[in-house]
Write a protein that binds this ligand. Structure first.
Ligand code: FRU
Length: 613
């Protein structure tokens, strides 16, 4: 089976073959079971029509009588929302048969002939991937089509950043979990590479990690890429796949599954602990709200050595997607202190500060086996104070001692419902993280935009410094770039009165950000940001503790793309990520301050420039 072919997508109008029975036949055997028989060598793809919300069909794809793949798909019942490609060439056999089971509620076989999918399926040698979505981001990674959630198996090798991700290639809602794969030389422009790790007899492929096995500890070869992930079927078990071509294609290890823990557990994340000379793997024991820690010498045999988390931090939801990292501690001005600490990332859903999914973390020590948290169990620290940053984990083997994280820019509360169709969900921009000791004496994570973001700045619109006004002063955002930009500003509030920064469009849709010096907080209100009615959980105001050194002087970097706003304090002391769906791009920024005492000391607006999508 070789489904990697998705890498060979063509942006062209599909050259359709006739679908009137010349290329396939459909036999309806009962009200809920049909057989599709494809004519040999008729084309590369069967384009399957999808209708969101239609009953779920279960398809078994047989190649010369052998089961090759199973998938779930909401085949179009009475209208076509979009198509997805099912690869039919390169399956090894001549005779491809689809055994389709779908309970549409029809009671007679005769009526199943009315199901739209049976008339609208098409054979084609190409699949049209031209973007049709107004909300597809320009500079954030998205799948070319289909649903995406967590980033997976991320690593850097030979100048290339590899990002796999939870992907449904057969629809734009969560289903059929597979690792899709994209690569980038600059963390901004991503090339789709098709499937890296595909579903198998042990189940679908949930989240996991990948490392470069530099010393061939596993025996798959020097510099083999070793991925460990959750195989999800009736239960969750952990399996291994390896790649000897740099991470483009993976072989499954014949000893799978390699970890069978007797509670629901998932999202293995591993690293080489050079200090203790051992591989370390963290695994989320999701319902027990704890992270399991394993050791190994060869990446194949793992021993459970400790558990962390019972009673710690937020326990409201399932614990998922761990990461354990050793990081330098900076002082509050960003200067190195020489100290290093361990950071344990623990994604949790629900239970985040503003509902749904969020990234909590713990700071402490680690001796190769046991993580010891510095703070009391009731202390909860959050990585991002928006609603849309989840499943954040790091790239393994990053160069120059960097620790680079990517998150999934959505929230399980409404991720399946956001107003896109061709694809659903994007990643955050890449962020470099370190630790810093804040003025309250505590250690927190500092997240700053990856330096690669500087390279995609277009020519700045450099506005003059100005006194802040109570009635507000409005600045234009780059219309010619659909308002897609990075705003860099320095605001001296002078007194303790709040300053608002409002992004707005001609429709009066707006995102209102508020600097509150008295409370030392930054907030973002998206209640009137555009389309918000797809979920009651979407309209909201999110608030971050700013942990500023000088709560009167605010240096901000705000990244705007077609459907997101990510606001950072320049020193990384807070970050807030929120999705927005304005009906037309925000094209103005208005600053105002009721006391009118403060100063806008500088304001630069950089159009973000990358090849258009
Ligand atoms: C987190 C998560 C993971 C799981 C994956 C399934 O968003 O629930 O725990 O591996 O998504 O897609």
């Amino acid at each position: 089976m070789k489904r990697i072919i998705y890498g060979l997508i063509m942006s062209a109008i599909p050259a359709m073959a006739m679908a009137d029975g010349a290329d396939f036949t459909v036999s309806h055997l009962s009200a809920d079971n049909s057989i599709v028989r494809l004519v040999a060598d008729s084309g590369k793809y069967l384009l399957l029509p999808v209708q969101e919300g239609a009953p779920m069909a279960h398809i078994r794809v047989l190649s010369d009588g052998k089961l090759d793949e199973t998938l779930n798909i909401t085949l179009a019942d009475n209208k076509v929302d979009y198509y997805v490609p099912l690869l039919i060439s390169d399956r090894g056999g001549k005779n491809i048969v689809l055994d389709v089971t779908c309970d549409t509620g029809r009671s007679s076989v005769r009526d199943t002939h009315d199901a739209v999918w049976t008339k609208e399926m098409k054979i084609s040698d190409t699949f049209d991937t031209t973007n049709v979505e107004k909300y597809r981001p320009l500079y954030h990674h998205t799948p070319v089509w289909g649903w995406m959630n967590d980033p997976n198996g991320m690593y850097y090798k030979d100048g290339v950043w590899h990002l796999s991700y939870q992907w449904n290639p057969y629809g734009s809602k969560w289903e059929n979990m597979t690792w899709g794969h994209s690569t980038s030389k600059d963390l901004v422009n991503w090339e789709p590479q098709g499937v890296s790790v595909d579903r198998d007899a042990l189940g679908t492929i949930f989240s996991g990690s990948a490392v470069v096995d530099k010393d061939n500890t596993a025996g798959f070869g020097k510099d083999a890429i070793v991925a460990i992930y959750t195989n999800a079927a009736r239960t969750q078990r952990q399996s291994l796949a390896y790649s000897t071509d740099g991470g483009y294609t993976f072989e499954k290890y014949d000893g799978n599954p390699i970890i069978t823990y007797e509670h629901e557990s998932r999202d293995p994340n591993m690293f080489w602990d050079a200090e203790h000379n051992v591989w370390v793997l963290e695994l989320a024991s999701a319902l027990d709200h704890e992270m399991l820690i394993f050791n190994s010498k060869d990446l194949k045999e793992w021993t459970l050595v400790s558990k962390f988390g019972k009673g710690y931090g937020s326990q409201d939801g399932v614990w998922e997607c761990p990461d354990l990292l050793h990081l330098p501690v900076l002082n509050s001005d960003g200067m190195p202190t020489g100290e290093k600490k361990w950071l344990l990332i623990c994604n949790i859903n629900p239970g985040a500060p503003f509902g749904g999914s969020g990234v909590q973390y713990f700071i402490g020590d680690f001796d190769g086996k046991t993580f010891k948290c510095d703070t009391a169990p009731e202390v909860t620290k959050w990585m991002d104070y928006g609603k849309d940053y989840y499943a954040a984990v790091s790239f393994s083997n990053a160069p120059a001692d960097r620790t680079v994280l990517l998150g999934w820019m959505s929230n399980w509360q409404y991720a399946n419902e956001v107003p896109t169709r061709q694809y659903r969900s994007a990643n955050s921009i890449a962020r470099d993280i370190a630790l810093f000791r804040a003025n309250d004496g505590e250690i927190y994570v500092a997240s700053v935009p990856a330096a690669e973001m500087d390279a995609v700045r277009g020519k700045a619109i450099d506005y003059h410094s100005a006194k802040l006004a109570a009635k507000g002063k409005t600045y234009r955002l780059p219309d010619e770039n659909d308002g897609i930009c990075e705003i860099v500003c320095n605001i001296d509030t002078k007194d303790n009165s709040p300053v608002t920064l409002t992004l707005a469009n001609a429709q009066g849709e707006k995102v209102v950000m508020t600097i509150n010096p008295a409370a030392d907080t930054f907030s973002m209100d998206r209640t009137k940001s555009g389309i918000t009615d797809f979920s009651d959980n979407f309209p909201c105001v999110t608030v971050a503790p700013a942990r500023s050194n000088d709560n009167k002087v605010w240096n901000l970097r705000i990244f705007i793309d077609r459907s997101s706003v990510e606001a950072f304090s320049a020193d990384g002391h807070f970050v807030m990520t929120n999705l927005v769906f304005p009906t037309s791009p925000y094209n103005t920024l208005t600053l105002s301050q009721p006391s009118a005492k403060g100063m806008l000391k500088s304001l630069k607006v950089y159009p973000v420039k990358v090849a258009s999508k």
